[in-house]
Structure formats: C-alpha cells, structure tokens
Design a protein around this ligand. Structure first.
Ligand code: ADP
Length: 301
C-alpha cells in the first residue's frame, strides 16, 4: 500500500515507529507535513498539493495532527476524505476529541463514567458552576489544553471562583471538574485500535504533582486493567468515533471515569512500558480496513 502520514516532525518516536512498521510489512509510507499541504476545492476533483506538486493517490492516510494545527489539519484530512482516501481517524472524530466539552457530552450521552463536569459561558454563573461540580477541591481545565498545560487544581471554592472568573474574563473557555483525589496522581492510558484495547499503562505524576502526563515528568508502568475499565475505554473510543486513540481514565470511588480521548496518542510511553508493537498493530489494522479509493466517512460533515 501507499500510505501517507500527516505529521509535522518526522523524527518523533511515534512517527519513526509507524514508518518502520509500515515498511517492515512491505508498504511505502511518506511523511507529509500537514501545514505545507495546500488544497484545491475544485468541484468534483478535489486535490491536495505539496511543494508545487499534486499529491498522488494514496491508499490510506494516518493523520497525526498536532493540537496547535487542529483547524488546518482537519481541513487536510477532510480533503483526503472527499477524495475517497481511507483515513485512519476521520476528521470529524478528530475534531470531537480536540474539544473536551464536546467529547464529554458525547460520552455522557452513551452513559460512560465521567468526573462530574460543569461549564458556563457567563462568569456571573461562576458560584453556581462551582457548587454544581460539588465544590472545592476542583480541577479547572482549558477546553483545548493538552499535555497537562491548562489543568489547574483549585483547593478552595474561593480560588476556584477567581480562576474561573479570570479565564472567562479573558474569554477563554474552561470547565470545572470534580477532583478525583483517590486516583493519587495516577491515571490509566488505554490504547484502542479498531474497538480493541491493545495496550495499557499506568502513569504516575511526579511527587506532589496531581497531573500524571509524561510531558510533566510523570512515569509509566505496565498495568492490567479491569473488564469494566476495558469496556469503558472501548465505549469512549466509539462515542467519539476514533479508530485509533488513547483513552485516559482515572480510578475513582465510583468506578473508571474518562478524562480524555486522544486522537494522536504517543507511542513511546506505551511501547516502552508494555514492550508491545503498537505501531505494527496500527498498520495491521489499516491493512484490514483500508479500501483504496472507495472509503466513505461515517461522521457527517
Ligand atoms: P491534558 O489533555 O492536558 O493532558 P487532562 O484532562 O488529561 O489534560 O489532565 C492532565 C492530568 O491531570 C491527567 O492525566 C490526570 O493525572 C490529572 N487530572 C485531570 N483531571 C483530573 C481530575 N478531575 N481529578 C484528578 N486528576 C485529574
């Protein structure tokens, strides 16, 4: 197969591993810098151009769209979809996962365990929003933050209120969330490929840090998850509509709760912690599912 991977940095561990796994299986994988693509939305013959040349027809596309280029990246993935190219994750699903509020609404509809989460536009409602989320301690999150940046723990109602008011005053969207203290600064990452959990790890934050992100100094270790955690991860992936994703969950007193579904999950932490060939599993999934030139997206618009 001829596979294109939309990514900006070819030297990232995840991108190198996907290329390696594709080539080991006899495929050709070209890394295309998402932001250097330009698109021609011509009637009936959509095209994508790159460095002065029209891109050839690919059998499959692996979108690895960075959070900072979500808007344009989704347009490029959408253009491939319009051309009938199989995209490992669809643009609509990537968009859902990038908006924490939207993905939580979708998961709530499907009855998936979530931390109590509240949101308001008007800062006059702040006191109510804090109360509705169960009061302090509360976690305040930027709707479009990643890697733990923009996740704040407010210890008192008063600090929760002033943090919310400060962000809303600057017109930044945030949500207030029940703090799952019993998770003890650790979370579970379940890596889902094609509706199956293929690898799991536990991430533990640095001493004194409630955020377990590896980018924030957290460490990862192998973990066996419960059947309930497994089914929660699979249902979360399905609710957001992602074929490949990392589902982040916390172990709460009321069972597993999903914090986030990540549409470009990193491979380094999970492959190192589990010793599994996750990149290979992803390429195997593409082999089974890509129908060159005949792909129709499931999500609309
Ligand atoms: P990001 O998308 O920026 O990684 P997350 O929502 O995943 O943001 O939060 C980052 C980390 O903060 C999580 O991995 C978890 O360890 C911790 N965390 C987030 N929300 C909660 C919560 N409601 N209760 C306890 N810890 C949390």
């Amino acid at each position: 197969m001829k596979i294109a991977m939309l990514a900006r940095n070819p030297n990232l561990y995840s991108h190198k591993r996907l290329k390696e796994a594709a080539e080991e299986r006899g495929h050709e994988l070209t890394i295309i810098n998402t932001t250097r693509c330009y698109i021609n939305i011509a009637s009936r013959r959509p095209e994508i151009w790159y460095d002065g040349e029209k891109l050839p027809t690919y059998d499959a596309v692996i979108p690895r769209i960075g959070a900072s280029v979500t808007f344009y990246g989704m347009a490029v993935v959408r253009q491939f979809e319009m051309m009938g190219v199989y995209c490992l994750n669809e643009s609509v699903a990537i968009g859902r996962s990038r908006d924490k509020l939207r993905s939580m609404q979708l998961m709530a509809r499907d009855g998936i365990g979530l931390p109590v989460t509240t949101f308001a536009y008007d800062s006059k409602q702040t006191a109510e929003v804090v109360k509705l989320a169960g009061g302090a301690p509360l976690v305040i999150k930027l709707l479009e933050g990643t890697q733990g940046v923009g996740v704040i723990l407010a210890d008192t109602d008063r600090s929760a209120k002033s943090i919310i008011e400060a962000f809303r005053g600057a017109n930044i969207n945030i949500m207030a969330q029940e703090f799952i203290k019993e998770a003890g600064g650790s979370d579970i990452r379940a890596f889902v490929v094609g509706g199956k959990v293929v690898a799991t790890m536990m991430r533990q934050g640095e001493e004194g840090e409630f955020r377990s992100n590896l980018h924030r100094g957290g460490s990862a270790k192998l973990l066996r998850i419960s059947p309930e955690e497994r089914s929660t991860a699979i249902r979360a992936a399905r609710a957001v509509g992602l074929n490949v994703c990392g589902v982040d969950m916390l172990r709460s007193n009321h069972g597993p709760v999903v914090m986030e579904v990540n549409s470009s999950p990193g491979l380094e932490g999970i492959e190192t912690a589990t010793g599994k060939d996750v990149a290979g599993t992803i390429i195997d999934y593409i082999e089974k599912n890509a129908k060159p030139g005949r792909s129709k997206t499931k999500g609309r618009g």
